[in-house]
Write a protein that binds this ligand. Structure first.
Ligand code: FMN
Length: 209
């Protein structure tokens, strides 16, 4: 009994250490001068559910996140609109290395959990093995209290998801936005606060050959 208690304490402290070890990841400057012509990209925009397991190159990840919801003006406004510019959406980034949150102002991934939570981000099996699952989480404390506040969070997530679709179409990447998420289980796995609400998830990666 005493031995198993000691083992449990040792395992728990190992877990804490692991969480502390996850460091912020500075992303390369996003390349904002590339990409294919918009009309061709729209022509190619589509959902794909077959992903290679290969990690996305840091530059591609940086570009993708900037396209999704990066800062594109000196006043801090973003590549996707948000109702009343509330910018209530956080993009959580789940990879094999752990869970991060995209810090658009600093162009950085801030560590959240030293755990691979990709499987919990969706009900479809590819979520567990694709290199990148994004989770769009609204912070309701920033979303205002009007009657349409929650409705707007869904719209705001939709714009971000479409930006990712367009970036992926431009770069020949595969992506699928997903509403099929066990939100209660995922919120628990991500250790979200009560005022944080999961709106959508989106998987992206290189297409399976
Ligand atoms: C709000 C929303 C939720 C979606 N949820 C899922 C999902 O849970 N799983 C999935 O495989 N595709 C999901 N999709 C992708 C749609 O199935 C896909 O967009 C649709 O079949 C049209 O295909 P297209 O994107 O290639 O035009 C979702 C799309 C939207 C807009």
């Amino acid at each position: 009994m005493r031995k198993s208690l000691l083992l449990l304490v040792a395992l728990m402290s190992a877990g804490c250490l692991l969480a502390q070890e996850l460091k912020p990841i500075s992303l390369p400057q996003p390349q904002t001068d590339g990409g294919r012509p918009l009309m061709q990209v729209l022509k190619d925009r589509k959902t794909t559910r077959d992903f290679a397991a290969d990690k996305l190159a840091p530059q591609i990840l940086s570009n993708l996140l900037w396209a999704a919801f990066g800062v594109n003006r000196p006043d801090g406004r973003r590549t996707a609109p948000s109702a009343m510019n509330r910018q209530e959406m956080d993009i959580y980034v789940a990879t094999a290395d752990g869970l991060f949150v995209y810090n658009a102002q600093a162009n950085r991934l801030d560590p959240v959990l030293a755990q691979d939570v990709r499987a919990a981000t969706g009900t479809q099996s590819f979520a567990a093995t694709a290199p990148l699952d994004l989770v769009y989480v609204a912070d309701l404390s920033k979303a205002g209290s009007g009657p349409d506040a929650e409705l707007y969070t869904a719209a705001d997530a939709g714009f971000i998801a479409q930006n990712v679709y367009l970036y992926c179409a431009s770069e020949g990447l595969a992506t699928v936005v997903r509403g099929s998420v066990d939100r209660v289980a995922l919120a628990k796995a991500m250790k979200l606060r009560p005022e944080q609400k999961i709106i959508l998830a989106q998987t992206a990666g290189y297409p399976k050959k």
